[in-house]
Design a protein around this ligand. Sequence first.
Ligand code: DX5
Ligand code: ZN
Length: 218
Amino acid sequence: MKKPLIAPSVLAADFANLQSEVEMLNQSVTDWIHIDIMDGMFVPNISFGLPVTAAINKHAKKPLDVHLMIEQPDRYLQAFKEAGAATLTVHYEACTHLHRTIDYIKSLGCQAGVALNPHTPVHLLTDIIADLDLVCIMSVNPGFGGQKFIQHTYDKVKQLKGLIITSKSNALIEIDGGVNLQNAPLLVEAGADVLVAGSFVFNATDPINTIADLKNLS
Ligand code: DX5
Ligand code: ZN
C-alpha cells in the first residue's frame, strides 16, 4: 500500500512539555507537524496561537502544517508564515473570497490548503481545486481532539480524488479527526495522501512506534 504522509497533531501533546514532545516527533518518521489553531469563534474552543507556534518551530525539524480554525484568516496569514508555517490551511466556511485568500497564501511562499467541515460538499471546490496544494477533509467537527471518526468521510475522499484527477490538480488529500490504525488503511485505499492523528499518537504508550505503524500500513 502507498505510504501516507503522517502529520501528528500537537493539540493532543503535553503542553507543559512541548519541547520534548517536538523532539520525540523529530526522532520519528513524522512527515509534518500539524498545528491546530482555534479562535473560540469559528470553533467553540481556543487552543493556542502565534507565540506557541513559533516556540514549536524553534525545535521542529519537520515542516509545520498549520490548520487555521479561525474566522477571517487573512488577518493572520503573514504572522503564521513568520511563525514558521510551511502549509497554511484555511476553512472553506470561513472565507468569503477564497480565491484571493489562496493567492495570498501562495504569495507568502506557503503551500495553500482548504479544509472542509463534515457538512460541506466536495463539489464546492470545483472552481478552485486546480489552485490548491492540499484539501483537508474534516472527519470530525472541528474544535476538539479525541472525537469519533465520521464514516461518510470515505465517500468524500473518493469524490475528491475523482475531482483532483479530472481537473489535473496536484492537491494532496489530508484527513483530520479520529484517525487510527483501523480507518487509516481504508482512507489510503480511498485516496488519502496525508493522515493527521492527535490522540491516537500522543495517548499511545509508544508514540514513535504508533507513528511508524500509521506510515507502514499493509
Ligand atoms: C480537530 C483538529 C484535529 C484534531 C485531531 O478540530 O483539527 O487536528 O486535533 O485530533 P484526533 O486525532 O484526536 O481526532
Ligand atoms: Zn487539524
